[in-house]
Design a protein around this ligand. Structure first.
Ligand code: AHM
Ligand code: MG
Length: 332
């Protein structure tokens, strides 16, 4: 992958026939990610890698950068007249946009800084986002309308703040990867029509929860770990960074399967990852790239959420592996 013709985000969005309102919305998201990338890179120098005194709705202690990144997203996205409301991992309720146009129909759901438990280790972290379209504009967007619109996801993506800042995006036609040129501050297209290979020999799961796994997941991982002499007759490798953005990005580059399944521990029945701004956008991206995404028993994208911060089990990646695991869920 390398930049050959310096195609920028605007040109790519035009090639996707995205309408003016969606282009504006995605440009504001990209601008937020650019700012967050800068703040993340400077965090050790500004003394903002630590924890804050606050907790979020999940009861997790927020990092200073979680709060800073959330503020950047809210401030930037409010500048778009087409964004009626937002849902953030870091804010309990729906965030209205008082400056939106009356016709505004988009709701942006985001995790402003995914994998933030890794900040002080300087590992890759990122921003995940999903654009939902309301059936009709509302003067004050209702939570119920956002939940109903979850199946109407029209764009999704993530920014990955690693050695390079990457933006991975879909409007449903193809998945494209952009890199931020730090000298010029623009996202340039690296690759369009990204495809996740159907077969793989790499899995990503937090092995520390093995005792809480469902029989199907246990059985699947046992088969992978058995290697050449096991039922899969090949050696698998394991990779887990603990940042969903980094672990899912690997799927687009070299295939694989990512799992954060249901866990048999208190509060773990739906895993950990949140549906609206983690599971749903990643499932969309993976499916557009030819992969598959399931909770284990059914499609992630068919979930009808009943709460903004609802969790969902997540299994996604190379089609063959995801389907094999889904079959195990139906038989074990
Ligand atoms: P976060 O949104 O608070 O950062 O939590 C989500 C992250 C994911 O990036 C990652 O896959 C998961 O939490 C790791 O959780 P665990 O530490 O339980 O393995
Ligand atoms: Mg997250």
């Amino acid at each position: 992958m390398s930049v050959s013709d310096r195609t920028g985000l605007a040109v790519w969005l035009k090639s996707q026939a995205a309408d003016v309102a969606l282009v504006d919305c995605l440009q504001h998201i990209a601008a937020s990610c650019k700012k967050i990338a800068h703040l993340v890179a400077r965090a050790p120098l500004t003394g903002t890698t630590g924890i804050s005194q606050q907790t979020n709705i999940q009861g997790e202690t927020q990092k200073q950068l979680d709060i800073i990144s959330n503020d950047v997203m809210v401030e930037q996205l409010r500048l778009s007249p087409h964004i009626a409301a937002m849902v953030s991992e870091e804010v309990p309720d729906l965030i209205q946009n008082p400056d939106a146009a009356q016709s505004a129909r988009f709701v942006v759901c985001f995790d402003p800084l995914d994998g933030s438990s890794n900040i002080e280790t300087n590992a890759a972290i990122g921003t995940i986002f999903s654009v939902l379209e309301l059936d009709a504009p509302e003067a004050e967007v209702r939570t119920k309308s956002v939940l109903q619109s979850a199946s109407n996801q029209i764009a999704a993506g993530y920014a990955l703040y690693g050695p390079s800042t990457l933006l991975v995006l879909t409007t449903g036609k193809s998945v494209a990867i952009f890199a931020l040129d730090p000298d010029e501050g623009v996202f340039l297209l690296l690759e369009d029509h990204v495809n996740i290979p159907e077969q793989t020999s790499e899995f990503a799961i937090n092995m520390a929860y093995q005792r809480f796994w469902e029989p199907a997941v246990s059985n699947y991982i046992v088969q992978c770990v058995a290697g050449e002499t096991g039922p899969r007759k090949k050696a698998f490798n394991m990779r887990w960074t603990g940042s969903m953005v980094a672990d899912v990005h690997r799927l687009f580059v070299r295939g694989g399967i990512f799992l954060y399944p249901s866990l048999s521990k208190p509060g773990g029945a739906k895993g950990k990852l949140r549906f609206l701004y983690e599971a749903n956008p990643m499932a969309f991206l993976v499916e557009v790239a030819g992969g598959a995404a399931t909770t284990g028993t059914g499609s992630i994208r068919l979930i009808e959420p009943d709460r903004l911060h609802q969790r969902a089990p997540v299994i996604l990646g190379s089609k063959e592996e995801v389907e094999l695991l889904e079959n195990l869920h139906h038989t074990l």
